[in-house]
Ligand binder design. Structure first.
Ligand code: FES
Length: 176
């Protein structure tokens, strides 16, 4: 049978491998238990629980989807639905610096694509790829909600606003 495109939700590597177990570190588990006390139901704690998981593993693997679903008494499909809805959750491993360029309207008209293309060219990456040294991943995202400071590039959890090719070049140098 032909392999499905890796982005297809039914591709082989998007299913949990039962031999790969994941578990929160004792410290993360403590945080998770505290999160549960802050919400009226387990389901309501799903977004922060996923943030916590991403903090520990850097992305949300299919095994993590199953683990979180067990912890919160939810189906893996419910958890995967949330993970795939929000682009703040990484569905693949990313580099140490995850550079996300907003290319929605306000950013696009203020030349976000110049920045995006420059990054891909400079780092020799195709969109979504990570440099071989594991330092940089470049991606394109929808509106980051900061249109008045367009164009915007998100690096991990930080926004870099009013960007330009020159500024991104400087940022790359600072991150290296
Ligand atoms: S369009 Fe880029 S932040 Fe809104």
């Amino acid at each position: 049978m032909a392999d499905l495109h890796p982005d297809n939700p039914y591709a082989k590597d998007r299913f949990a491998d039962p031999s790969k177990k994941v578990e929160f570190s004792p410290e993360a588990k403590k945080k998770f238990d505290w999160i549960l006390t802050r919400y009226p139901t387990k389901e309501a704690a799903l977004l922060p629980a996923l943030h916590l998981a991403q903090e520990q593993w850097g992305w949300i693997s299919p095994e993590t989807v199953h683990y979180v679903s067990e912890l919160l008494d939810l189906s893996p499909a419910t958890v995967f639905g949330v993970v795939s809805f929000y682009n703040m959750y990484n569905q693949k491993p990313v580099g140490k610096y995850h550079l996300q360029v907003c290319t929605n309207l306000s950013c696009m008209v203020t030349r976000a694509y110049d920045i995006y293309e420059h990054l891909c060219e400079k780092l020799d990456l195709k969109p979504g790829e990570t440099t071989p040294d594991g330092r940089f991943t470049v991606g394109e995202v929808e509106c980051l909600g900061s249109c008045n400071t367009a164009p915007v590039v998100q690096v991990n959890n930080d926004y870099h606003e009013n960007m330009s090719v020159e500024k991104i070049e400087q940022l790359l140098t600072n991150l290296k």
